[in-house]
Every structure is written in structure tokens, then in C-alpha cells.
Design a protein. Sequence first.
Length: 59
Amino acid sequence: MIDENQLEKHPDILLDEVINILSDDTRRKQMSRLFYEFAKPNAARDMATLIVSAVKSSL
């Protein structure tokens, strides 16, 4: 995990971390699997529908 304060002072930390992840097959595959587990297809559409419904109900 990258500390936000460190990132503001040294933005190159993010690039270094991305390179480290891409270079490590095990870590990359693990992160891919975890992201897939948390992924929610159509999340943007669902959120937009929720917002529109909230606006309509407040009118």
C-alpha cells in the first residue's frame, strides 16, 4: 500500500510500484483475481439509475 503523503512528495513511487507488480507474475495474478472478485459489472449504469431515481422521487 502506498501512503498518500509519500505519493504527493514522490509521485514516482506509484510508477515504481506498478512496475514491481507487472514484473511479479504471482502478485499480478493474485491482484487480478482479487479485483475480479470485487468487480461489479454495470456499476456505473446502476449508480446512474439510483441517482435518477433519487432525483425523480424528490420532485
